[in-house]
Design a protein around this ligand. Structure first.
Ligand SMILES: *[C@@H]1O[C@H](CO)[C@@H](O)[C@H](O)[C@H]1NC(C)=O
Ligand SMILES: *[C@@H]1O[C@H](CO)[C@@H](O)[C@H](O)[C@H]1NC(C)=O
Ligand SMILES: *[C@@H]1O[C@H](CO)[C@@H](O)[C@H](O)[C@H]1NC(C)=O
Ligand SMILES: *[C@@H]1O[C@H](CO)[C@@H](O)[C@H](O)[C@H]1NC(C)=O
Length: 701
């Protein structure tokens, strides 16, 4: 069960089903209507009765809804720019019931947001790729978790006008769960600005201009923007989720996600989906230079180019991976349209027939062929006719797919290191195969949560590589890795485990030689807090490693007690020479690399031991520092994993990390970690668990 699907939602769906039987009278009318007038469309026929149920009587007129606008501004040339600022001001000026949530993790976003006052907040607790691009599915989930009555997802440059609020206030009166979309219009000409208070639009001469006059001016030059990325989406936050599928981890702003999402919402059929492009003026100023900017970015450095390609290809690949079937696609012309005639909202179908009007008009009185009686109706007909030519061109949701190109991150190890390493040239390295992909994600989520950004993942196979790319993880592929990694049987003591661990020391050595310090952390090491500042204090020619000692007292550097799943190695001559010896030893050994570490550095039977917590390797002058078992406990120490509250037990002893080792079998290990609550990833929704997630459940496949 995914976190976004409370059981109640399914009950709600069946209730809707009952209502539709109640309204079978209407249903029959609609069916015959559709049969004679249209190509039959099963979807529309099914949703119609629910829709007609939503008559408004003045008695149950609801209060004004609270509206939350969600948007992800982008940093352009080091600032958030005038266009995005104007957009945000235009939203806030519409109603005091509007608040704004800006997604982003750039430090300067906070000052941008605070310049608008307390109604604008920054939300950084969503998922971002390592290039700081927000994930669309995470944004949607956050917007769905909103406590406001209505959530809106809007492009950061979209300017909104008063008809936005009137439309939402109207839609809010509908007694059902709805989801609306509105296409944006663009033009290069926008000779208006907002007054000081942000409420009135002023002409260039400083005189206020009423909204309908402003619309007339804009109507002359502005055009529909077919770019679906600019579309506005809004929905009421009642009980039903928006859709029942799982959104792939699309990168926001890199194409296809709106397309995918709207399709998903429409086909799930939980909600009444309609197109409000004609009642929500949603404009953005199109700068002819924008095109040039993109062009020049494409020709600029090949790295920039590769980066853009990667992001685009990623979304494309996802769409294909998760099966965007053309037979399932929906055209916007199928959507019911919301229009306004004679001051009243009406819903019309493809042929401009009114299918529903919350006002006095009965649904079928104006259908084609009926006698037109009053002047009022005549006016209405001409108003409707005005909309018939007003269709948005090219409304198809179809896209051209070419995802046959394998997903490939344009960075190798050597280009990733300088991008990711911290100021001390330190990198956190994890090595993972597909059998540990969920554990890898939980580990990544934990590090993101701790604001540790200098981590890097080595994928042992192509599946992990692809998975990591789509999850926005900085990843490279080890070309020398063994090809076959068994899904469930790659645990301690197996042949597979040996090969994998040997890969790790080889990679660490490679990175040390490139001049970077490495904190190697297995993905089954849970991080309570960031250990790097502490590990930095050990100084050069010291390798700090976790001890596998399980006794509470006594030496922690006894033979074979070095755990090679968590250690910090510096890029200095002693460490490099010592690691070379370890790798050489491991190559000729039948065991895993763990004994190679100990035997090479601490001597067979611990002949190089110094005191109770160190070893000294004379040839390379490397000191091995065993980490305090209370601060860096292994999975056997104090039976911490068996405690009812592992988190509390660990924070009591001041743990930095806790290793989920000393357990055999992938599933047992996973279960232990999930049940302890030391788990930060939701497998079903493919996103990191955040404080705003209301329900939490994890399943295994
Ligand atoms: C970005 O900033 C630089 C320096 O401030 C300026 O020269 C350049 O024109 C700007 N580019 C854009 C697209 O605004
Ligand atoms: C799709 O990609 C393949 C591989 O790059 C290429 O050969 C082919 O021409 C592309 N097809 C289209 C329609 O772009
Ligand atoms: C880098 O090392 C210095 C000196 O050891 C330390 O003060 C600083 O916190 C380190 N920076 C990071 C990001 O760990
Ligand atoms: C060995 O390493 C220590 C630091 O651990 C250093 O102080 C000492 O000078 C080194 N000795 C040689 C011979 O390099």
């Amino acid at each position: 069960m995914s976190i976004f699907f409370p059981h109640s939602s399914f009950n709600k769906v069946s209730k809707l089903g009952l209502w539709s039987i109640w309204l079978s009278g209407f249903l029959l009318i609609c069916l015959s209507f559709y049969a004679s007038e249209f190509m039959p469309n099963v979807k529309v026929e099914i949703r119609k009765p629910n829709f007609l149920n939503s008559r408004i009587s003045s008695a149950d007129y609801k209060s004004i809804p609270k509206i939350s606008l969600f948007s992800a501004p982008s940093l352009v040339n080091g600032s958030f720019g005038k266009r995005q600022a104007l957009a945000v001001r235009s939203w806030l000026g519409l109603s005091p019931n509007i608040d704004v949530v800006l997604f982003g993790n750039h430090p300067s976003l906070h000052s941008f947001a605070s310049s608008f006052g307390s109604r604008v907040q920054v939300e950084s607790n969503i998922d971002f790729s390592f290039l700081n691009v927000p994930f669309f599915h995470s944004m949607i989930a956050r917007a769905e978790a909103s406590l406001s009555e209505i959530s809106v997802l809007v492009h950061p440059e979209t300017i909104l006008f008063p008809d936005f609020v009137s439309t939402l206030n109207h839609a809010y009166q509908l007694d059902l769960d709805w989801f609306l979309v509105a296409f944006s219009k663009r033009g290069s000409f926008f000779p208006f600005f907002l007054d000081e208070a942000g409420r009135l639009w002023l002409r260039e001469d400083g005189k206020p201009i009423p909204f309908h006059k402003l619309q007339e001016v804009l109507a002359q030059t502005w055009q529909w923007d077919h770019c679906k990325e600019r579309m506005l989406m809004a929905w009421n936050n009642k009980d039903l989720p928006l859709h029942m599928g799982v959104l792939p981890p699309f990168l926001y702003g890199k194409g296809l996600h709106n397309h995918w999402f709207i399709n998903e919402v429409y086909h799930t059929n939980y909600r009444f989906v309609f197109d409000a492009s004609w009642t929500i003026s949603n404009h953005h100023v199109h700068d002819p230079d924008d095109h040039k900017l993109v062009q020049s970015a494409e020709d600029s450095t090949s790295r920039e180019h590769a980066k853009m390609n990667w992001e685009y290809n990623g979304n494309l690949q996802l769409a294909e991976l998760y099966g965007l079937l053309s037979s399932h696609e929906v055209g916007f012309s199928d959507f019911v349209k919301l229009i306004k005639c004679g001051g009243e909202y009406m819903y019309t179908n493809k042929d401009q027939n009114i299918v529903y009007s919350p006002g006095k008009h009965s649904s079928n009185s104006l259908w084609k062929g009926q006698t037109i009686q009053s002047r009022r109706q005549k006016k209405l007909i001409s108003c409707l006719a005005g909309y018939s030519t007003a269709s948005i061109m090219n409304p198809s949701l179809k896209i051209k797919m070419n995802a046959s190109v394998p997903l490939h991150l344009p960075y190798g190890l050597e280009t990733l290191l300088p991008v990711l390493a911290d100021e001390n040239k330190t990198i956190v390295l994890a090595v993972a195969g597909y059998n540990y992909k969920d554990m890898l994600m939980s580990w990544v989520c934990r590090l993101r949560h701790l604001m540790v950004k200098n981590f890097l993942v080595c994928a042992l196979d192509y599946e992990t590589y692809e998975f990591a790319i789509l999850q926005g993880i900085p990843v490279f592929r080890d070309s020398l890795a063994p090809r076959k990694i068994s899904y469930n049987d790659c645990h301690f003591g197996t042949k597979c485990f040996q090969t994998v661990t040997k890969t790790k020391s080889r990679l660490v050595l490679q990175i040390l030689k490139l001049g970077y310090n490495v904190l190697l952390s297995d993905v089954d090491v849970y991080w309570f807090k960031n250990p790097i500042p502490l590990l930095q204090t050990f100084g050069p020619a010291v390798l700090a490693a976790q001890s596998d000692e399980y006794n509470l007292i006594g030496p922690i550097n006894l033979p074979r007690r070095l755990n090679s799943g968590f250690y910090f190695a510096r890029s200095d001559d002693s460490t490099v020479s010592a690691l070379e010896k370890v790798v050489m030893h491991a190559m000729t050994s039948d065991l895993s690399e763990q004994p190679s570490f100990y035997d090479t550095l601490c001597g067979i039977d611990g002949s190089n031991r110094v005191g109770d917590d160190r070893c000294w390797e004379p040839k390379t002058n490397l000191t091995v520092q065993f980490l305090d078992r209370n601060l860096f406990p292994n999975g056997a120490f104090q039976s911490l994993w068996e405690k009812t509250n592992v988190q509390a037990a660990c924070s009591k002893s001041g743990c930095y990390v806790l290793h989920n080792n000393w357990i055999n079998g992938r599933l047992k290990k996973l279960k232990r970690q999930v049940h302890s609550g030391l788990w930060d990833y939701d497998i079903s929704s493919r996103m990191c668990l955040q404080s705003w997630h209301r329900m939490k459940a994890v399943t295994f496949t």
